[in-house]
Design a binder for this molecule. Structure first.
Ligand code: ADP
Ligand code: MG
Length: 839
């Protein structure tokens, strides 16, 4: 048993603005513990809390200042916990602090750089590395990922669900058994045999979390996430199994409700979060007070789940994340205070050993059998009842395998049962006789062969037939798949009217439906092929997209708009950067793969040469009737040292390739995540844009009842800066499938809608908003038109805006301000040569 108080660490996040100094100081000189002093700025000190202290001092195991990188955090905080988990103890690391203080950055990592990966990916990497090294035990690793939001648990790893909101994820509930053990119903456990598999699960969970988040439920700041590694280990042949759990917890933001200042739904959420953290605080207060018998774990889901971590069977570590800026000073102080209380809690970690009942039964059965046999030998008691048919059959099988066994040491073990021993002798005699007869007989050898091969052939034939049936089935499935693919491609072609991009899509589609395992398997293949296999990483992207169910549903117009949106989005820079890095890593991996192959070939040659040399030496010795010369052969020495050198080179390159593989994997996952995020933002923007256009629509086209169309007057076209040329392009683009099409050309003539003077109107282009591909191209054309005008009018604007959403929003507002501002801007005449949808 290990008695240990919860370890507390502090991590200070780099400030947004530099030169924010003088607010805190760190004193590491004191024995063992470090202390953090938060100094109140003069202007705050007076009115702060209820006393006039000027500084607050808090003790921590260690304090990591702004410049501490992720590796330092891992080595000092997470690695010791991971080590105790490997030894069979439970471990927990939780991050506590206000929103934006770096909890997610610390636990999961930053979304941009590989070097920013946080505790979870680094710990996974470390654990799997250790498991690989230790061959004395058999390890099994499972992963679960739970999100708790508003006192409800959600399984972030459920593969069946395509979550678009939190409610779509399976709800996890708590069950308590009579021994007061907590069980989580509906939380799926996924086996991970490699680091890659575990990492995929982490990213799948994070992506689900991101997708499920809406502006209304900013789940990432208001929910708790618990990533758990379940590790079991067993020594071969032993019935004792060790189980250990490692919880890596990203808590909700600890800010108080008073500061949030929100109402309605958001207030409920803020309260809830506070409620949840409030219960955590209560548990911690109760635990830190001596002689408290009741600990209110059951008040909230989170404290129930983390019951062992808080004052129980676990080695627990807390990281207080601090954003030590002036405006956060009260929150930072309260985070530190919380940590001080946490440090008073003592945990008692024990080795979680368990006897595997299945293995135990087998073991006991064997023991009973042995004892019975011993007893029979000692007492000389004979069993009289006849052996059963099954026993006889079993004995004959044993004899057969005994006879086939080439090992001269092999024994025929039938136990101390005289009936069995006798039967064995009988059977052996029979076999011997049977063998003698055919030898004497005159039956031709061919027939004899046939006879004894008969059962073998029969067996072989049956096997082949089974394989044949299996193959037939496989072929049928493949043919069906191909048919489906073909049909899909044809449908796509049909829909897009032979659009080029669609063609491209249909061409590539046969390669898309690949099983996830396939990709993973290729990742694990041997070193020389790894370099080529990196190309198959893309499957994950499909997996994630499949998860989101977004991309597939995008119509062409929408896809085009998405491309524009992506281009204008700030994250696309990171995406591009990462793409660039990824490219470099790919080529590095490819080159390494080639060098490894080369080294391998060289090693082969050197070995060959050495053997040849050796044979030559021996031959020489024989021919000269002398022994192999005892003096070392210089050529052989050189060859050996070359071989060693080559082997070292091979090993170094192999290690580098392995590291590269992990990095590429991680970057790929980061990019996938960023893509999904971008797509999500695009969807939100798209919906907003569509509803705004609809809201702005003055009147519904009276002819077309099926599809609402917006009509816009001439003056309005000016206001919103849609050029005439653009309008006609928009109109022209719509001709075929839209029921409104025939009207547009007339509308362009200048007819205006009634009531235009009082309400703002849109340009004359009709913009139906039903979400079909035609509609999408309309919106797209509309956006493009506005963009191109804006770029002409104010080329700087695009570069100044940080994100696509904002930028397009700016386009909108600039357009309307131009219109309302009276500076008459004739878009139509100023942009005659600029087509709206220059593609
Ligand atoms: P929280 O999860 O506590 O709300 P985040 O982890 O999301 O906060 O951090 C907020 C922002 O600050 C993120 O953009 C993150 O990348 C950045 N950040 C946090 N901690 C650090 C750090 N130690 N170094 C660099 N950037 C950080
Ligand atoms: Mg966070």
């Amino acid at each position: 048993m290990v008695n240990q108080p919860i370890q507390i660490f502090a991590r200070v996040k780099p400030p947004l603005r530099k030169h924010q100094q003088g607010i805190y100081s760190i004193d590491e000189d004191e024995k063992l513990t470090a202390s953090l002093e938060i100094i109140l700025p003069r202007d705050l000190a007076d009115g702060f809390v209820n006393n006039k202290r000027e500084s607050y001092k808090f003790k921590f195991q260690r304090i990591f200042d702004q410049d501490a990188n992720q590796e330092t955090i891992f080595v000092n905080i997470a690695k010791p916990v991971a080590e105790s988990v490997l030894a069979g103890y439970n471990g927990t690391i939780f991050a506590y602090g206000q929103t934006g203080s770096g909890k997610t950055f610390t636990i999961t990592g930053g979304a941009e750089r590989y070097s920013d990966r946080g505790i979870i990916p680094r710990t996974l990497s470390y654990i799997f590395e250790q498991l690989q090294k230790d061959s004395s035990k058999v390890y099994t690793t499972h992963i679960s990922y739970l999100e708790i939001y508003n006192e409800c648990g959600y399984d972030l790893l459920d593969p069946r669900h395509e979550a678009s909101s939190l409610e779509d994820l399976p709800k996890v509930t708590i069950l308590e058994d009579p021994d007061q053990n907590i069980h989580l119903k509906n939380l799926s456990l996924h086996q991970a045999t490699t680091e890659e598999e575990a990492l995929n699960l982490l990213f799948l969970g994070d992506t689900n979390r991101m997708i499920a988040e809406t502006p209304m439920n900013q789940a990432s700041t208001r929910s708790h996430c618990i990533f758990t590694v379940h590790l079991s280990s067993k020594e071969p042949g032993s019935a004792t199994v060790r189980h250990a759990k490692l919880h890596l917890v990203d808590l909700a933001g600890s800010e108080r409700v008073a500061k949030t200042g929100v109402g309605g739904q958001l207030l409920t959420e803020a309260k809830y979060i506070n409620l949840s953290l409030h219960y955590l605080e209560q548990v911690i207060i109760a635990l830190s007070e001596k002689h408290r018998s009741h600990i209110p774990y059951r008040n909230s889901m989170m404290t129930s789940v983390l019951r062992d971590s808080l004052g129980g069977n676990c080695m627990t570590t807390m990281i207080a994340t601090l954003s030590l800026e002036k405006r956060n000073i009260d929150e930072s102080i309260s985070t530190c205070r919380f940590a001080q209380r946490v440090a008073l809690i003592k945990n008692e970690a024990v080795l979680n050993e368990e006897i595997d009942p299945r293995l135990m039964i087998i073991r006991l059965q064997k023991e009973i059998q042995e004892l019975k046999e011993e007893l029979a030998l000692v007492t000389g008691e004979l069993r009289t009842e006849a052996l059963t048919e099954a026993e006889l059959h079993q004995l004959e099988k044993l004899i057969a395998s005994f006879l086939e066994d080439q090992d001269p040491e092999s024994r025929l073990e039938v136990g101390a049962d005289m009936r069995k021993i006798h039967h064995c002798f009988h059977h052996l005699k029979k076999l011997l006789n049977d063998k003698k007869i055919p030898e004497k007989s005159t039956v031709p050898a061919v027939i004899k062969n046939q006879d004894c091969q008969e059962p073998v052939q029969e067996e072989e034939y049956r096997k082949l037939r089974d394989i044949l049936t299996q193959r037939d089935n496989e072929i049928n499935i493949l043919v069906n798949m191909l048919k489906k693919e073909k049909k899909k491609a044809q449908d796509a072609l049909h829909l897009s009217g032979m659009n080029v991009s669609e063609l491209r899509h249909s061409k590539s589609s046969p390669f898309q439906p690949r099983k996830p395992e396939e990709g993973q398997r290729t990742l694990l293949s041997s070193a020389p092929t790894q370099a080529q296999d990196f190309g198959t990483f893309g499957y994950r992207s499909n997996l994630l997209h499949k998860k989101t169910g977004m991309r597939e549903e995008m119509s062409l117009g929408r896809q085009e708009a998405f491309e524009i949106f992506k281009r204008d989005h700030s994250d696309s820079v990171t995406l591009d950067d990462n793409k660039q890095i990824l490219k470099q890593r790919f080529s590095e991996a490819k080159a390494l793969g080639e060098s490894i192959n080369e080294a391998r070939r060289k090693i082969g040659h050197l070995k060959e040469e050495l053997t040849q040399r050796h044979i030559q030496q021996v031959a020489l010795g024989i021919s000269e009737h002398t022994a192999v010369p005892p003096v070392p052969d210089p050529r052989e020495e050189t060859l050996r040292s070359q071989l060693e050198e080559e082997k070292t080179r091979y090993k170094t390159m192999f290690t580098r390739l392995k590291a590269l593989k992990v990095e590429i994997e991680h970057l790929q996952l980061l990019m996938d995540k960023a893509k999904v995020k971008l797509q999500k933002q695009f969807e939100a923007w798209w919906a907003e844009e569509a509803s705004r256009l609809q809201a702005d629509s003055p009147a519904v086209n009276s002819v077309d009842h099926a599809k609402p169309c917006l009509q816009v007057s001439e003056p309005q076209r000016e206001r919103s800066c849609l050029p005439v040329a653009t309008a006609s392009v928009v109109s022209a683009r719509r001709i075929a499938p839209s029921p409104c099409a025939s009207l547009h050309s007339q509308e362009l003539g200048g007819s205006s809608t009634p009531g235009e003077g009082s309400t703002p109107r849109r340009p004359m282009s009709s913009i139906p908003l039903t979400g079909d591909s035609q509609t999408d191209s309309d919106i797209l054309a509309f956006i493009k038109a506005r963009q191109s005008i804006l770029q002409k009018k104010s080329p700087k604007l695009g570069g100044l805006q940080p994100s696509g959403v904002k930028r397009l929003g700016a386009v909108e507002s600039t357009c309307s301000s131009l219109g309302h501002g009276g500076a008459h801007f004739r878009c139509g005449s100023e942009t005659p040569t600029q087509p709206a949808d220059s593609e």
